[in-house]
Design a protein around this ligand. Structure first.
Ligand code: IPE
Ligand code: IPE
Ligand code: MG
Length: 252
C-alpha cells in the first residue's frame, strides 16, 4: 500500500478534486455508536486528506460537508454538526495557515447560525493571503441552490440594464456560480458505496471523472486518495471527441 504514491504520475495530477464525504452515520451505527460519533471521526479523515492533497501539490480540494437538504435531519444531529464544524475550524485554523492553505466556503451562509458564520469568517480572513492548497468547504450547499442564485442574479443584471440577453453565454453563468474563482473538478470521489451526486456541483461536474468507493468516510485515508488518483490517471478523458482524436493530440 505504502508505495501507491510512487505510482502516481506527478505531471498529470487533477488540479481540482471534489469529495462527497459520505458514510459517517452508517460507520458509527455499525459500531453500535451514535451517528455523531461518526461525524467526529470523519474530521480525522478530513485532516488526513487535506494533508495528502497539500503534499501532492493539488490546487483545489472541495469537500461536501453539509447539503441544503441536510438541514432536514433531526435537530440534535444538525446542532451536533454545527458545533463540530465550529470546534474543528477553531482547532485547525492555525495549522491550515502554517501550511499555507487558503480556506474558502461555498453555500448558503445565511442558513448558518451566527456563531458558526463568525468563526468561519475569521478563518477565511486569517488564511486569505495563502498561496498553497485551496480548501473549499461546501457548507449548506447544493447545486440547485447555486444555479437558482446565479439565474436570479443574472436576471437582476438584465433588469437593471447592465447586461443584454444576447450577451449571456456560458462564461456569464460560470461567473455567477459560487465557484466562479475555481476551475471545474477533474475528479469527484464519493465514499460509502452510494452512486449518486446528491445535489453536489451539478454544473461543474459536467466532465469530471467520477470515482466511487465502498470505504466509509471515517475510514478514508491518503492511500484511498492515491487509489482514486491512480484510477483517474488510467482513464481517457475524451470531452465528446473520439479516442483516435485524443491520441493524435487533437483533443485540445
Ligand atoms: C456524511 O455522512 C456527512 C453528512 C452528510 C453531514 P452521513 O451523515 O450522510 O452518513 P450516512 O450516509 O448516513 O452513513
Ligand atoms: C451528501 O450526503 C451530502 C454530504 C456528504 C454533505 P447525504 O448523505 O446527505 O446524501 P444522500 O441523502 O444519501 O443522497
Ligand atoms: Mg449520507
Amino acid at each position: 500500500m505504502s508505495d501507491l504514491i510512487e505510482k502516481i504520475d506527478k505531471s498529470r495530477l487533477p488540479n481540482h478534486i471534489a469529495i462527497i464525504m459520505d458514510g459517517n452515520g452508517r460507520w458509527a451505527r455499525e459500531k453500535g455508536e451514535d451517528r455523531l460519533f461518526g461525524h467526529f471521526h470523519g474530521v480525522e479523515s478530513v485532516r488526513n486528506i487535506v494533508e495528502g492533497c497539500a503534499e501532492l501539490g493539488i490546487g483545489y480540494l472541495t469537500l461536501y460537508a453539509f447539503s441544503t437538504e441536510n438541514w432536514d435531519r433531526p435537530e440534535y444531529e444538525v446542532v451536533g454538526l454545527m458545533e463540530l464544524l465550529v470546534n474543528t475550524i477553531r482547532k485547525e485554523v492555525d495549522s491550515l495557515h502554517k501550511n499555507n492553505i487558503k480556506l474558502h466556503v461555498i453555500g448558503d451562509m445565511t442558513m448558518l447560525p451566527e456563531y458558526a458564520r463568525a468563526e468561519l469568517n475569521e478563518a477565511l480572513e486569517i488564511t486569505k493571503d495563502n498561496t498553497g492548497l485551496n480548501l473549499i468547504m461546501a457548507l449548506s450547499y447544493s447545486g440547485r441552490w447555486e444555479l437558482l442564485n446565479a439565474v436570479k442574479n443574472i436576471a437582476w443584471q438584465v433588469k437593471k440594464g447592465d447586461l443584454k440577453v444576447e450577451e449571456i453565454n456560458q462564461d456569464t453563468l460560470q461567473q455567477h456560480l459560487a465557484t466562479s474563482n475555481f476551475p471545474d473538478p477533474e475528479l469527484m470521489i464519493r465514499t460509502s458505496g452510494e452512486y449518486r451526486i446528491s445535489n453536489f456541483l451539478l454544473y461543474q461536474l459536467a466532465y469530471a471523472e467520477l470515482y466511487f468507493t465502498n470505504v466509509r468516510w471515517p475510514d478514508f485515508r491518503k492511500e484511498n486518495l492515491y487509489e482514486a488518483i491512480l484510477d483517474y490517471q488510467a482513464r481517457e478523458r475524451r470531452f465528446g471527441k473520439t479516442g483516435d482524436q485524443m491520441k493524435m493530440g487533437q483533443g485540445a
